[in-house]
Design a binder for this molecule. Structure first.
Ligand code: HGY
Ligand code: MN
Ligand code: MN
Length: 413
């Protein structure tokens, strides 16, 4: 068992430094995929990787890798660590960045300790994990795992009318490597929980054994613009009111279901979006999630049936576009066991758990044994500048990652 620790000041300092890169005029952290601000974050990560003496590789979808190839490890499949450094709008500073920087920290600590792993170790910063500008989310790791063609991904049109491929070219991260050029032996992702479970149960480490299914859709409702003052209620084809009914339908169903189903309408726009005009169009997104695939499918079917009824009742037309659909994922039991053992050996409380959020690990699990380590989120808050994890918990999680990596890297097989 390693009683070594990572270099806490270096890790915490880098998390804070990266957390200041990409703030907008209002001080909000906004590092959307392939944006100028994300480029600054990428450049900083690459500089740290080079300072650490690792090789840098970038693939065609912009995934960035720092690769440690110690003497004698040759071209054995690497152990892969990592996460993402793109953010949502007005983000916290830990989501994704913690896992990328901890992966680099673990490599630098092992190098400083003179520990030579039995195989190369790669630290990944995957492109567009958040999916805010270009859907679907976890896009870079999905392409890496062969779940989406790289040409299709590069041609994706963003919410701002740009295409991902052109933006990656523009920021200098349209790399030469084919996605999947480095097939991992295993993948371990350290991440903040982004939910309330660990804090509520006063547990320090989450050994994540599965991740729930995700369904993203864009719904467009078309009615008639009309005068807000002269049009009797009975004569309206009000797209705005119809959209409001969908939000209430989803919310009430999820609450009444008494299951882990969650439903969110996160984006909405009206046309013509004027105070005295009945909306002719409402366009919004639906994020449905559930750890059980059959239940998720059933909820999607319920939504389709409701939208059909709604079109009838409100005399509107409804169209739906699929943005993302990922089935629930089970992680590798052996790695989950190693995480639990590493936590126990360090005297850290630990529990197995499900991830409510999507992560790159769910995509890399398609090509290699994968699992995740969670640390507590204060107040369960994330995707919000109030996102916070204590320094002690951040360091504890990175030390568990160090121990699991040393365990893996010691194996000869
Ligand atoms: O949507 C998610 O769960 C992740 O943050 N991309
Ligand atoms: Mn994340
Ligand atoms: Mn996120």
């Amino acid at each position: 068992m390693s009683n070594q620790s990572i270099n806490a000041n270096r890790l915490l300092g880098r998390i804070r430094e990266l957390g200041e890169i990409g703030r907008d005029g209002d001080g909000r952290l906004v590092r959307l995929a392939a944006s100028d601000s994300e480029k600054l974050g990428r450049d900083r990560f690459v500089a740290w990787v080079k300072d650490a003496g690792l090789d840098v590789a970038v693939d065609r979808i912009g995934n960035v890798f720092g690769i440690w190839r110690p003497e004698g490890t040759g071209d054995r499949p690497p152990l892969m660590l990592g996460s993402h450094i793109d953010t949502v709008v007005n983000a916290g500073m830990y989501d994704g960045c913690y896992g990328v920087l901890s992966g680099l920290e673990v490599v630098e600590t092992m190098k400083a300790q003179g520990f030579v792993p039995s195989r190369p170790i790669a630290v990944a910063a995957f492109t567009n994990e958040e999916g805010v500008r270009y859907a679907p989310d976890m896009m870079g790791s999905l392409v890496y795992a062969g779940g989406l063609g790289v040409e299709d991904a590069l041609a994706t049109m963003g919410t701002d009318g740009t295409t991902l491929g052109e933006e990656l070219e523009r920021i200098g991260y349209a790399g030469p490597e084919e996605p999947g050029f480095l097939q991992p032996h295993a993948y371990i992702e350290l991440h903040i929980e982004q939910g309330p479970v660990l804090e509520r149960e006063s547990i320090l480490i989450g050994a994540v054994e599965n991740l729930q299914g995700i369904s993203w859709q864009r719904v467009t409702i078309d009615g008639d613009a009309n005068h807000a003052g002269t049009t009797p209620m009975s004569m309206r084809r009000d797209a705005g009111h119809a959209a409001a009914r969908v939000i209430t339908f989803l919310h009430d169903r999820a609450i009444a279901s008494n299951t882990p189903t969650v439903a969110t309408v996160g984006c909405m726009s009206f046309e013509p979006n004027a105070i005295n005009v009945i909306p002719s169009r409402a366009a919004f997104t639906v994020d449905l999630r559930d750890p059980d695939e059959d239940r998720l499918k059933a909820e999607e079917a319920e939504l389709v049936a409701f939208l059909d009824r709604l079109a009838e009742e409100e005399q509107v037309s409804v169209s739906v576009e699929r943005l993302a659909r990922f089935e629930p994922v089970k992680f590798d039991a052996k790695i989950v066991g190693l995480i639990e053992k590493a936590a126990k050996d360090r005297g850290l409380t630990c529990r197995r758990m499900t991830s409510g959020a999507g992560h790159d690990a769910q995509m890399i699990a398609r090509i290699a044994p994968s699992a995740m380590i969670f640390v507590p989120s204060v107040g369960g808050i994330s995707h919000n500048p109030k996102e916070f994890t204590t320094d002690g918990d951040l360091v504890a999680g990175a030390n568990v990652l160090l121990d699991v990596v040393r365990q893996f890297a010691r194996e000869e097989e």
